[in-house]
Design a protein around this ligand. Structure first.
Ligand SMILES: [Zn+2]
Length: 163
């Protein structure tokens, strides 16, 4: 019996295992963008609708590479990531006519990251009075527009956007 000793494989196997269980990696790898609500793809990242949105039009900008920290991204990836954040912000303002936008990253579990291993930038459109009595009293968010409808609106507009 021969034993193949390849300790360098461990790192690959561990990373690969993590990537395979990552919901973002799965959607990035899949080309069914409509089903996965991938609104837009740039060279190094993509924009996905959040399936459990804080508000209508809540999207996430996600680098293709499975990385935990901003410092692991190359300058080119960082530029592409924040150019896409800028572009999507303009699209959200135009399409959803929001009064403001929250942009943020939750890095690490302590900071509230839901999917910790794969960094992503949240863009949350805000309107005056959007935290109404229902969400304050019952902590239930009322989402007035369906995901499909939002997907159609945003993916259409982002194609026409030059920002
Ligand atoms: Zn991932």
């Amino acid at each position: 019996m021969q034993i193949l000793w390849a300790p360098w494989r461990i790192k690959f196997i561990k990373t690969h295992k993590k990537m395979r269980s990552c919901v973002f990696c799965k959607k990035i790898k899949s080309r069914n963008d409509k089903k996965n609500y991938v609104v837009y793809r740039s060279q190094h990242c993509c924009v996905m609708l959040n399936l459990y949105p804080y508000t209508n039009g809540h999207v996430m900008v996600i680098p293709y590479r499975h990385l935990k920290n901003l410092s692991e991204l190359s300058c080119e990836e960082l530029l592409d990531l924040f150019s896409t954040v800028t572009k999507m912000t303009e699209v959200l303002k135009k399409v959803l006519k929001c009064d403001g936008v929250n942009i943020g990253l939750n890095l690490g579990k302590a900071a509230g990251a839901g999917i910790e291993g794969h960094l992503h930038v949240h863009i949350v459109p805000r309107w005056f009075g959007d935290t109404n009595f229902i969400s304050v009293i019952s902590e239930t968010k009322v989402i007035s527009q369906s995901l499909q409808e939002t997907y159609q609106l945003l993916s259409k507009e982002v194609k026409n956007c030059d920002t």
